[in-house]
Design a protein. Structure first.
Length: 252
C-alpha cells in the first residue's frame, strides 16, 4: 500500500488524475472501475480537461461502475448512471456502450452475476477508483460485509442514508437498497486508488490504512491488496501516524 498525502482537495484530484490518465495513455484499451460521489468529481473534471487539451483518448476504454441505487431509472438525476454521464461520459469520448449495474433490473441476482461475468470477459479491471464512506464502506459494501461477496444487492446503513441525504430532497427519499461490486470484485482489480478528503473521512481513512483488517471496516481489506494507492488530503490524513501526514510513503 502506498499513501500520498496532499495539501488540498485540488492536489488530491491532480495526483489521481496522473494515475488514471497515465493508465489510459499507456493502455488505451484499459478497463476502468469508476466511483461516484463528491470525492472523485475533481478527478473527472481534470480528466475531461486532459481529454480536451491534449486529446487523451477514451474511445477504447471500457468502464464499470462501482454501484447504483436499486429502482432508480438512469434518467433520474440522483442515479449514479446520471452522475457519471453528467460529470464524465458525456464530456469525453468513452463509447456509449459502457456498462453499469442496472438499477432497474427485474432479476437483481441475475443482473449481479452477469455484471461480474462481463467484467471477467472484458479481461478484468485494470484500475479501480474508490471513494470511502464515513463508516469505511467502499462502493456500498457496508460494515459487516462478507469479504467473499461479488456484485450483490446491499441494504444501506442508516449512517450512509444520512450521509447521502444531501443529494436528495430529504432523508426519506434516499433509496434503501443498492447494487454494489462486492469486496471480491474490487480485490480482483489489478490496481486500486482510494481517494478521501475532508475531516469527516479521517476516522475511515485511519481504519482503512492502519486498523485491523475486519469486515467491520470494509476498506481495511485493501491492506491485503497487492497494488493500492491511497490519496488523501491533509484533513483526511489527520488521524494517521505523523509520518503519513505529508508526502508519499510505501506503508508495506
Ligand atoms: C457513497 C458511494 C461510494 C462513495 C462514498 C463516498 O455512498 N456508494 O461509492 O465512495 O459513499 O461518497 P462521497 O465521495 O460523496 O463522500
Amino acid at each position: 500500500m502506498r499513501i500520498i498525502t496532499t495539501e488540498s482537495y485540488q492536489e488530491m484530484s491532480l495526483e489521481a488524475t496522473k494515475i488514471v490518465a497515465g493508465q489510459v495513455y499507456l493502455k488505451p484499451t484499459s478497463v476502468l472501475g469508476l466511483a461516484t460521489g463528491s470525492t472523485p468529481e475533481g478527478l473527472y473534471d481534470n480528466l475531461v480537461a486532459v481529454h480536451r487539451t491534449i486529446g487523451l483518448d477514451f474511445s477504447e476504454v471500457t468502464t464499470f461502475n462501482l454501484d447504483e441505487y436499486i429502482g432508480m431509472a438512469p434518467e433520474n438525476p440522483q442515479s449514479y448512471h446520471y452522475f457519471m454521464h453528467k460529470h464524465f461520459f458525456d464530456l469525453v469520448n468513452v463509447r456509449p456502450e459502457n456498462i453499469f449495474p442496472d438499477g432497474c433490473a427485474e432479476d437483481v441476482p441475475a443482473a449481479c452475476k452477469a455484471y461480474d461475468k462481463l467484467i471477467r470477459e472484458k479481461g478484468g479491471i485494470d484500475l479501480q477508483v474508490l471513494g470511502i464512506g464515513r463508516n469505511a464502506h467502499i462502493g456500498f459494501n457496508e460494515p459487516d460485509v462478507k469479504f467473499e461477496a461479488t456484485t450483490h444487492k446491499v441494504k444501506l446503513d442508516d449512517e450512509t442514508i444520512q450521509a447521502n441525504a444531501r443529494f436528495f430532497e430529504d432523508e426519506e427519499a434516499v433509496p434503501r437498497y443498492a447494487i454494489s461490486m462486492g469486496i471480491k470484485t474490487i480485490m480482483l482489480a489489478r490496481h486500486v486508488i482510494l481517494l478521501a478528503n475532508g475531516p469527516e473521512k479521517a476516522e475511515a481513512v485511519k481504519k482503512a490504512v492502519c486498523g485491523s483488517v475486519s469486515p467491520a471496516a470494509p476498506a481495511s481489506i485493501l491492506q491485503l491488496h497487492q497494488d493500492v494507492t491511497v490519496i488523501v488530503d491533509r484533513a483526511a490524513a489527520s488521524m494517521l501516524p505523523e509520518e503519513y501526514q505529508h508526502g508519499a510513503h510505501e506503508i508495506f
